[in-house]
Design a protein around this ligand. Structure first.
Ligand SMILES: Nc1nc2c(ncn2[C@@H]2O[C@H](COP(=O)(O)OP(=O)(O)OP(=O)(O)O)[C@@H](O)[C@H]2O)c(=O)[nH]1
Ligand SMILES: [Mg+2]
Length: 178
């Protein structure tokens, strides 16, 4: 089975954390979906209230335990708890929502320290805006934060694309800890 690695999927509501873990997991994911009671209702029928959990055997040597954070800020006390001991982060941003800098700012407040201690890959989901423009905006926001995380535009319901994100994260991890 190889090494077990804890990976966190973070990001705002609707970025696709639950969708991505469900798409890539080798077994049915554990989900904690509930009907939203607030403005999230306008966006989608359910939101994560505690966590997602999935597992994927990415290759012979790497078994990943995947944890999805709840996107709503009122559940952000869970972020720090779940992020402890994580070896890598997938930061998912919704390009149809607030500017990338705003979404990253929120994550920085709740997870900033964790995101400095392990490799991060940023994904952009959403379809309404020009992909290239949002990637550029995201890169600019990251350089303001003085981090240079890879940025990839993906469809979170496509298993192969989520698996590629995880491969990039593993490559970063191996580069950092040869
Ligand atoms: N076009 C399309 N959209 C999809 C598909 N699967 C999921 N989505 C959309 O992708 C969005 C992602 O939703 P979630 O995965 O619940 O987002 P999340 O990041 O887990 O959000 P929270 O748990 O609320 O923080 C939703 O708006 C879905 O409607 C799909 O197969 N096709
Ligand atoms: Mg979710």
């Amino acid at each position: 089975m190889g090494e077990e690695l804890k990976i966190i999927f973070a990001g705002p509501v609707g970025a696709g954390k639950t969708t991505a873990i469900g798409a890539v997991s080798d077994r049915p994911p554990v989900q904690t979906e509930a009907a939203p009671t607030d403005e999230v209702r306008q966006m989608k029928a359910s939101t994560t209230v505690a966590m997602d959990y999935g597992e994927v055997q990415l290759d012979e040597d790497h078994h990943l335990n995947l944890y999805g954070l709840p996107g709503q800020e009122r559940f952000s006390y869970m972020w720090d708890i779940l992020a402890r001991g994580a070896l890598g982060f997938v930061v998912m941003l919704n390009s149809d929502a607030d500017p990338p800098a705003t979404q990253l700012g929120l994550l920085e407040t709740g997870l900033g320290q964790h995101l400095r201690e392990a490799p991060v890959v940023v994904t952009l989901t959403g379809s309404r805006r020009d992909e290239h423009a949002v990637v550029q905006e995201t890169r600019a926001a990251l350089s303001t934060m003085e981090v240079f995380w890879p940025v990839m535009s993906i469809s979170p319901w496509k298993r192969a694309e989520v698996a590629t994100v995880l491969q990039v994260l593993l490559a970063e991890l191996e580069f950092a800890n040869p």
